[in-house]
Design a protein around this ligand. Sequence first.
Ligand SMILES: NC(=O)C1=CN([C@@H]2O[C@H](COP(=O)(O)OP(=O)(O)OC[C@H]3O[C@@H](n4cnc5c(N)ncnc54)[C@H](OP(=O)(O)O)[C@@H]3O)[C@@H](O)[C@H]2O)C=CC1
Ligand SMILES: O=C([O-])CC(=O)C(=O)O
Length: 264
Amino acid sequence: MASERRLALIGFGTIARDIHARLGGDGFAFACLLRPGSPSRASLPAGVAALDSLGDLLAWRPDLVVEAAGHAAIAETLPQVLAAGIPALPASTGALADNALLLRLAEAAQAGNARLIVPSGAVGGLDYLAALRETPDAKVRYTSRKPPAAWGPELAAAGLAEKAAQAEIVLYEGAAREAARRYPKNLNVGLTIALAVGHDRLSVRIVSDPAAAGNTHEIEATSALGTARLSFVNLPSPTNPKTSALTAASLTAAIRRQFDRIAV
Ligand SMILES: NC(=O)C1=CN([C@@H]2O[C@H](COP(=O)(O)OP(=O)(O)OC[C@H]3O[C@@H](n4cnc5c(N)ncnc54)[C@H](OP(=O)(O)O)[C@@H]3O)[C@@H](O)[C@H]2O)C=CC1
Ligand SMILES: O=C([O-])CC(=O)C(=O)O
């Protein structure tokens, strides 16, 4: 039997807990990097080693680092992780809106001979979109449509909470980078799609919709190669209405793929 794979998680919130629930005891050993004073420390399951610093994480010698903490955690940790030769799988892909950070990550990955693996997360079809990147005339429109519960603090800050309970509100239309900056906890997918198809081919639309059937994602693509309409209606995670429950399943599949001999 293959030896245990060592997975280091960054953050222990909705996505990280679900990944651990899916893979714990299935040939994976877990450790978790927590912020100082993190309330999550008290609820770390037995057998998950708590890591207090990036130095501790590197010394634990993970086979893969999975970030599920937020945009800031990517800049704080992943350049050093990649430079140390450890592959990294980020959930908070919206952080890659920052070109300087993206370059720093690419240089670190080159120096460490490691890879930053961008997961499909709350959507699918990245293989199709990446193929369109090879097609000069491709155009893609991505619409993120979620119920008001997914935009709680953002709607309250804009004084739109009452209106949003009654009617659809278009929160933003434009570029994936700006969408990810404005909505760092809701628009990671926009940046993931932009990385696949290219920023210049993508327009993003963000909608709060009290009639939305779930956290929905619509991707409409046209090119000389044909057309595609991809539509995802995701149940929200029970502990975070912004995050689709699909996301942890997608990251879990990406983790398995990293170690599978036949990678699908
Ligand atoms: N790519 C995609 O398709 C998707 C990406 N996401 C993104 O994935 C990320 C995780 O989502 P989710 O699990 O729902 O979020 P949660 O808020 O449920 O969990 C995040 C956890 O990260 C911890 N944390 C925050 N900052 C840091 C830090 N600097 N270092 C270490 N830990 C930190 C917090 O822990 P504590 O407070 O205990 O310290 C919190 O428990 C988010 O950025 C989210 O936007 C979500 C859905 C889809
Ligand atoms: O989980 C989702 O539906 C998408 C999401 O939050 C994101 O892209 O950040």
